[in-house]
Design a protein around this ligand. Structure first.
Ligand code: NAP
Length: 226
């Protein structure tokens, strides 16, 4: 499968759930999942396939935890393949302002922070992260960020949102596949958006599979940018 443009980077799959009006969460409960228990299993299966998971700082601040593998079967399968039991959990934060009291910092997972020089200065000498990757001065420099990931052996990456992170990766042609769970909800304009950008997405999405389960629909797309 061809990857986008010229930036060397991991093969990247985004896995998200949205309402029918393109929202990621309830406006008044922004940290809560909107999808079903089946979707949680689907997400866990996708996460079990990858070397690392990437998510935005707001998602972490509101949810408090990373999507850790819990299924003994999926963990055993990874170990059988000679992989680490848990994928590396990478939080992207330009500012680097994260509360050490979040349960995330007590989860038994490998952790990385992808940040800027400004953000990294907050974490000098800290041991909360296994890796602290600095990419860019005040904004994330993505080619530099991908170079850090690749140097650490991350060849496959799952992006779990939120919308700001997802949209910024779409805009630099850095998502190869999308799994989108459509949930039977209409959440309104105050809710966080799947694609909070003014400019439209310039790439194309080819539908690979559609699976209705209960009242949800699982859509699987391949993205291209030529
Ligand atoms: N339904 C789903 O599948 C799903 C999945 C994930 C999240 N969510 C929901 O989505 C909402 C959060 O989404 P969101 O769009 O508001 O935020 P987000 O993408 O989770 O996080 C935004 C923050 O992440 C950092 N960030 C993201 N992209 C960046 C970039 N290109 N460069 C530098 N830093 C970047 C910045 O952190 P700093 O401000 O620290 O610099 C930014 O403020 C929550 O309600 C969450 O529960 C839903």
């Amino acid at each position: 499968m061809s990857q986008s443009a010229s930036i060397p980077r991991p093969y990247t799959t985004a896995i998200l759930a949205s309402s029918l009006d393109g929202c990621l969460a309830h406006a008044d409960a922004p940290g809560q999942r909107i999808a079903s228990a089946y979707d949680f299993q689907h997400l866990e299966q996708q996460v079990a396939q990858v070397d690392a998971v990437l998510f935005g700082a707001t998602t972490l601040r509101l949810g408090g935890t990373a999507m850790r593998l819990q299924s003994p079967h999926l963990i055993a399968e990874r170990e059988h393949q000679g992989r680490s039991p848990q994928p590396l959990q990478i939080v992207c934060s330009a500012r680097g302002e994260l509360d050490l009291n979040l349960p995330f910092f007590r989860q038994p997972i490998p952790r990385a922070l992808l940040t800027t020089e400004k953000g990294a200065s907050r974490w000098q000498g800290a041991t909360a992260f296994d890796y602290c990757w600095c990419a860019g001065g005040e904004e994330i420099d993505w080619p530099q960020a991908f170079a850090h990931l690749q140097a650490s052996g991350v060849q496959t990456l799952a992006v779990l949102g939120g919308g700001q992170l997802f949209a910024s990766l779409l805009q630099i042609a850095a998502i190869d596949e999308l799994w989108l769970t459509l949930c039977p909800l209409l959440l309104g304009s105050a809710a966080p958006s799947l694609y909070p950008k003014e400019s439209p997405f310039a790439g194309r999405l080819k539908l690979l599979n559609v699976l209705p389960v209960g009242n949800e629909v699982y859509l699987h797309y391949r993205l291209s940018y030529d």
